[in-house]
Write a new protein. Structure first.
Lengths: 183, 145
């Protein structure tokens, strides 16, 4: 068998594998720590004026540099985001050094394309009535999507820094003149 | 004769790979319908809940989608729709949920999910979502025909 035919069979195999990808199981399974996450993302305000709380939420998001993408007042939903750089000097330097080293050894390496370039921080806010119906519960979730220089998603994660959530709820609290309460 | 075989093998390999790679269904099928029968699919993707509170149900859907890490993209109370997406590695997972009245006492919730270029038609995936939603609304999801 010639070299060309071996290559073509390998190529055909690779293409076949990418043809129909399988769907991972557990794609929509509730994670075990969801109640703890809810606790971090939710605060209760002793008011039934949902509109006032929603306005305060929009203001707090703007304070943190988010732009409002979508809002549905009737439902009490705000979707906001901000795009920022994700370039890390140390990560870029390391990748460039590795690429230069492989070039010196006569190989081709492009780790630089795998380095982080841009991130989008997304905030989704939804208003819920409290179980006792006499208060308003605000839930906000901050998530970040990071793209590398090749344009691929390199990371997608929920921001879990308690300070960010605390700061956000304090801003709402100041705007509505009400103490926030943990759920 | 020998050169003829070595030349034709790459060509056969390439053609067969193109044919295999062209997808699981024809373009026409992809546009018009799902792979499964539409009635079966509707049954897999839908559940009825014993409540008439559409607003509360929509908020519960949003909360459940947030619990399973979806970025909420859009929602409309009038239409009864919620749309979101998340990333699984480098693959985009898109989900939309519609909520409508089934009768005076019940709401019908239907979800559909797309993983990359593939529609999800596996009953277990939808079952997982409705189990999460049940916990959020404190109501039992009922299978509908």
């Amino acid at each position: 068998m010639g070299r060309n035919s071996k290559k073509s069979i390998l190529l055909a195999g690779c293409l076949f594998i990418t043809g129909c990808m399988s769907v991972p199981a557990n794609l929509l399974v509730l994670p075990s720590g969801y109640l703890a996450s809810r606790e971090q993302q939710m605060r209760k305000f002793q008011t039934t004026d949902e509109k006032q709380v929603l306005q305060a939420g929009a203001g707090a998001l703007q304070d943190l540099g988010f732009t409002i993408d979508k809002s549905e007042t009737n439902l009490g939903v705000i979707v906001a985001s901000k795009n920022r750089t994700a370039v890390s000097v140390s990560q870029t330097a390391l990748a460039l050094t590795a690429d230069i080293a492989s070039a010196l050894c006569g190989a081709y390496g492009n780790l630089y394309a795998q380095t982080d370039k841009e991130q989008r921080i997304e905030a989704s806010l939804v208003i819920n009535p409290s179980l006792s119906q006499d208060a308003t519960v605000v839930r906000v979730k901050f998530q970040t999507v990071v793209w590398n220089r090749a344009g691929q998603v390199s990371r997608f994660e929920t921001i879990k820094d308690p300070k960010l959530y605390q700061d956000f709820f304090e801003r709402i609290s100041k705007a509505v003149f009400l103490e926030e309460q943990k759920i | 004769m020998k050169t003829g075989i070595t030349l034709s093998l790459p060509v056969i390999g390439l053609i067969s790979s193109i044919l295999l790679n062209s997808g699981c269904a024809t373009n026409q099928q992809q546009i018009l319908a799902a792979d499964q029968s539409q009635v079966a699919l509707r049954s897999i993707q839908s559940r009825a809940f014993d409540t008439s509170d559409k607003k509360l149900m929509m908020r519960s859907v949003i909360n459940t989608m947030q619990d399973i890490d979806f970025l909420i993209q859009d929602s409309s109370l009038d239409l009864g729709t919620v749309t979101g997406q998340k990333f699984h590695g480098n693959t985009v997972v898109k989900m939309s949920v519609t909520i409508k009245e089934r009768n005076a006492q019940q709401l019908l919730v239907r979800a559909n999910v797309q993983y990359g270029l593939k529609a999800i038609e596996d009953p277990k995936t939808y079952q997982d979502f409705f189990v999460g939603l049940e916990k959020s609304v404190f109501l039992t999801a009922q299978q509908v025909d």
